[in-house]
Design a binder for this molecule. Structure first.
Ligand code: PLP
Length: 384
């Protein structure tokens, strides 16, 4: 068959090794016995063996990886114990002392912290650019020295976009796009020519707040190279979490469709609210990169953020919520809100916080699967 649509892939991908079982088997094991010593030696020397030792591979983890590869249109995928495990392993697998990284300023707090504190200790130089400035990534690349260009779109927490076409056209460095906020249902960065797409699968891909996972997808050779390093880094995905995530993927299409629709309606409601100064959501006409959003995203996604006119009320609004829960994760069935300046991005210097729009009055929303009317009522009451 021709390439199936992603809604279909989500429902069926990753079941090749399931032996006819409709649900994937859970291989809760650390190791596999070999029939003879020669087979063990062969497994020990092979790339990505699935039945040798779980830090090297495991059939349940592999099934999750196959599903993500299918959704991203990739040759292969590799899972990690967390999104940060994917970030750290990928950076350390590809970069060495003396190398240079170009990354955008608008990044997940942990990724930014890793680039600013860990990379310098290993002699890896990092230049931060503004992803919303056309040509910014290209201009910062130092030919022969830049090994990696790292982008995140839409970005956490202001939903700034990086131009996937520009990133895909860069030659020389590896290009990695953290696509966590979009999920493969909304954008597929590999189609634009980037080297690797990365997700915190902890979020919408697993989608039920019950799995901590990271994943990258791309060409097999590159995935194998990162795998070789990752077996030593040790950020291995748990089979149980991979199993939960594969179940989550089955409904990714309907969940993303629903949360995008609700998020757009909530964004419009907030934009019209007198207590709200501005709303950041790629599906709104007021988004400063609306044209780019339309070119590379098929929907706005389930994440939005908004700024209160009175910044002093940010914690008060969170305290007044009754249905929406205050938590820093995202992409699950329940709507969550958080105050990035004092949580997800609290570790950053004040000037960097300001330059990426993490202001005292900013609140981030991960829109879940509740009925829109219930969410509007809760927000209306809390804002009042
Ligand atoms: C959460 C998140 C990460 C880190 O993932 P963990 O699974 O928490 O380690 C990386 N990037 C983005 C965009 C995230 O939202």
């Amino acid at each position: 068959m021709d390439r199936l649509n992603n809604e279909t892939q989500a429902a069926i991908a990753g079941r090749e090794q399931a032996g006819g079982s409709l649900a994937p088997p859970l291989w809760a094991t650390t190791a596999f016995s070999s029939t003879d010593p020669a087979e063990a030696a062969c497994s020990a020397g092979s790339t990505r063996p699935s039945r040798f030792y779980t830090r090297y591979g495991n059939p349940t983890i592999n099934a999750f990886e196959e599903a993500v590869a299918a959704l991203e249109g990739a040759e292969a995928a590799l899972a990690f114990g967390s999104g940060m495990g994917a970030v750290a392993s990928t950076v350390m697998a590809l970069c060495s002392q003396g190398d240079h990284i170009v990354a955008q300023r608008q990044l997940y707090g942990g990724t930014l912290f890793f680039l600013q504190t860990v990379c310098p200790r290993f002699g890896i130089d990092v230049t931060l650019v503004d992803a919303t400035e056309p040509g910014a990534f290209r201009e910062a690349v130092r030919p022969g020295r830049t090994m990696l260009v790292l982008a995140e779109t839409p970005s956490n927490p202001r939903l700034a976009l990086a131009d996937l076409e520009e990133l895909g056209s860069l030659r020389g460095p590896f290009t990695v796009v953290d696509s966590t906020f979009a999920t493969p249902m909304i954008q597929r960065p590999l189609e634009f020519g980037v080297s690797l797409v990365l997700h915190s699968a902890t979020k919408a891909i697993a989608g039920h707040n019950d799995a901590t996972l990271g994943v990258i997808a791309g060409e097999s050779d590159l995935i194998d190279a990162v795998w070789a390093y990752s077996t030593l880094h040790g950020s291995v995905a748990s089979p149980f979490d991979s199993w939960n995530a594969l179940r989550g993927i089955r409904t990714l299409g309907v969940r993303v469709e629903r949360s995008s629709r609700t998020a757009l309606a909530l964004a419009r409601f907030l934009e019209a609210h007198p207590a709200v100064a501005s709303v950041s959501y790629p599906g709104l006409d007021s988004h400063p990169q609306r044209g780019l959003a339309a070119r590379q995203m098929s929907a706005g996604g389930g994440m939005l953020s908004f700024e209160l006119r009175d910044a002093d009320r940010a914690h008060g609004v969170l305290e007044a919520l009754q249905l929406v829960r205050v938590a820093t994760s995202l992409g699950g069935p329940d709507t969550l809100m958080c105050h990035p300046a004092s949580t997800t991005h609290a570790g950053l210097a004040a000037d960097l916080q300001q330059s990426i729009g993490v202001t005292a009055g900013l609140l981030r929303v991960s829109v879940g699967l509740e009925h829109l009317d219930d969410l509007v009522l809760d927000l209306q009451t809390a804002l009042a």
